[in-house]
Design a protein around this ligand. Structure first.
Ligand code: UDP
Length: 476
């Protein structure tokens, strides 16, 4: 390792949506900004998808990935506790292992970058006397809400979802009570306290990296940098919008891609609810009928339906538990749609599918990685938020960015019926009404390319961070 370069230790928490952006940040730091990188990853022991991501980093090997020993939290939290609680407890319990792995690494890191659930490990950087950063692998509006929540905790009485007025974020669009992130849904639940804690820990860092770019969210970014607005909350820590960092696609083949190759340009709608999303049986039935009635071509990544939790597959992404999801489709659906669509059980190589020229629409749960993969391929969306921060993402996509449409009522409040689904699919794929959305997403695709290219805003933001760290490396 060339010790004249800054050596970034990156800490990632369990979950595909957390691991992927950290890996992509690591690649970018090595290939474009002359860093040495070591990734310390706490992973979900039951997720083959996470193992695949780690494997894929072995060749070409740009950095080391240290997989920390799996943490058993079964004696500490109920198996049914919320995702944010489970992730927070896992990352807390992993701290001794994280500390010894990072401090024993030779040569010692010169900076530490943790993800959203790693903020309790920021003091490790203080012990090592190195700068510490938080990488929020999401957007600026989400960061604004997260750092404001410790204040709402003091100012707002009662449940957030019962508020009549939207929650004000100085300088940013306000958040509707029904859009609050999952941990804000119940102020008595442990995951709420964890979220408030995270919101108060982020401003203790020396800077915040975001997986967005300057031209995508100029207003929210300006508010985060303005001392009279949200800048005061983060004590003017520098903000580095470094995105969109998405998974690089690899050469793809197999029956699904052979089929895609035969379809007309932008004619296929891709339906998928992220690594953890699951639907009720009733909703699955309506989606099947909606797709069939729309007469559009489709690829649908289907999972066994769940009762209650919409994030049932989060820690087992890609794992073939339970029944075959195809057993839950309406009678005759596969036969009737065999010439126009494919149903893929559990998991598909999404980044590769979205960049195929035959794909022209995406029914998405609005996880931020999926959102970026869609925008960077110029694919318009039907926003179908399920859990985590997906409701604010859906609002951002539909009301601020103009790259998606959505159902009249939130999918988790009411089953979205087949006619509404049919109409949305047609709008996004072929109706005149969808022209503006299709044009806008292509504009943003180009703006994203510009931001990442040499001299672009995101490239410059990472260069600024690199320069800052190099100065520290050189300082006596
Ligand atoms: N993903 C995939 N195949 C699937 C489902 C998900 O490759 O069948 C990938 C997707 O491309 C994205 C990540 O898993 O990179 C999911 O992250 P996101 O932030 O969209 O949502 P989360 O799963 O964290 O809710």
């Amino acid at each position: 390792m060339d010790i004249s370069k800054p050596h970034a230790a990156l800490l990632s928490s369990p979950g595909m949506g957390h691991l992927i952006p950290v890996v992509e940040l690591g690649k970018r730091l090595v290939t474009h900004h002359n860093f040495n990188v070591t990734i310390f990853a706490v992973t979900s022991p039951m997720s083959p998808a996470e193992s695949d991501v780690i494997q894929s980093c072995m060749s070409p090997k740009l950095f080391d990935i240290v997989q920390l020993p799996p943490v058993d939290i079964s004696g500490l939290v109920d198996a049914n506790s919320m995702i944010v609680t489970q992730l927070s407890v896992m990352m807390r319990e992993a701290r001794p292992a994280i500390r010894s792995a990072i401090s024993a690494w030779n040569p010692q890191p010169t900076l530490l970058i943790v993800d959203l659930f790693g903020t309790e490990s920021l003091p490790i950087a203080d012990e090592l006397d190195i700068p510490k950063y938080v990488y929020i692998a999401s957007n600026a509006w989400f960061l604004a809400l997260t750092i404001r929540v410790p204040f709402f905790d003091k100012e707002v009485e009662g449940e957030y979802v019962d508020q009549v007025e939207p929650l004000r974020l100085p300088g940013c669009k306000s958040v509707r009570p029904e859009d609050v992130v999952d941990p804000m849904l119940d102020r008595t639940n442990q995951q709420y306290f964890e979220y408030v804690r995270i919101g108060s820990e982020i401003p203790r860092s020396d800077g915040i990296l975001l997986n967005t770019w300057a031209d995508l969210q100029p207003t929210s970014l300006a508010a985060l940098r303005d001392e009279d607005l949200l800048g005061r909350v983060i004590k003017s820590s520098p903000i580095y919008p470094v995105g969109p960092l998405t998974r690089m696609v690899s050469a793809s083949n197999g029956p699904m891609f052979d089929w895609l190759d035969m379809q007309p340009s932008e004619s296929v709608i891709y339906v998928s609810f992220g690594s953890g999303g699951t639907l009720s049986y009733e909703q699955m039935t309506e989606i099947a009928w909606g797709l069939e009635l729309s007469q559009q071509r489709f690829i649908w990544v289907a999972r066994q339906p769940s009762i209650g939790a919409a994030d049932a597959a989060f820690f087992t992404a890609g794992n073939a538990f339970g029944d075959d999801p195809l057993n839950y489709l309406p009678d005759g659906f596969l036969t009737r749609t065999k010439n126009v669509g494919l149903v893929v059980p559990l998991w598909a190589p999404q980044a590769e599918v979205l960049c195929h020229p035959s794909v022209g629409g995406f029914v998405s749960h609005c996880g931020w990685n999926s959102t970026l993969e869609s925008i960077t391929n110029g694919v318009p969306m039907i926003a179908w938020p399920l859990y985590a921060e997906q409701r604010i993402n859906a609002t951002l996509l539909t009301e601020e960015l103009g790259v998606a449409i959505r159902s009249k009522v939130l999918p988790l409040k009411k089953v979205v019926g087949r006619q509404e689904i049919e109409k949305m699919v047609r709008t996004i794929m072929e109706d005149k009404e969808g022209n503006a959305i299709r044009a806008r997403v292509k504009e943003l695709k180009h703006s994203a390319e510009k931001a990442l290219s040499m001299g672009g805003s995101s490239f410059n933001a990472l260069s600024e961070l690199a320069n800052h760290c190099s100065m520290k490396v050189r300082a006596p």
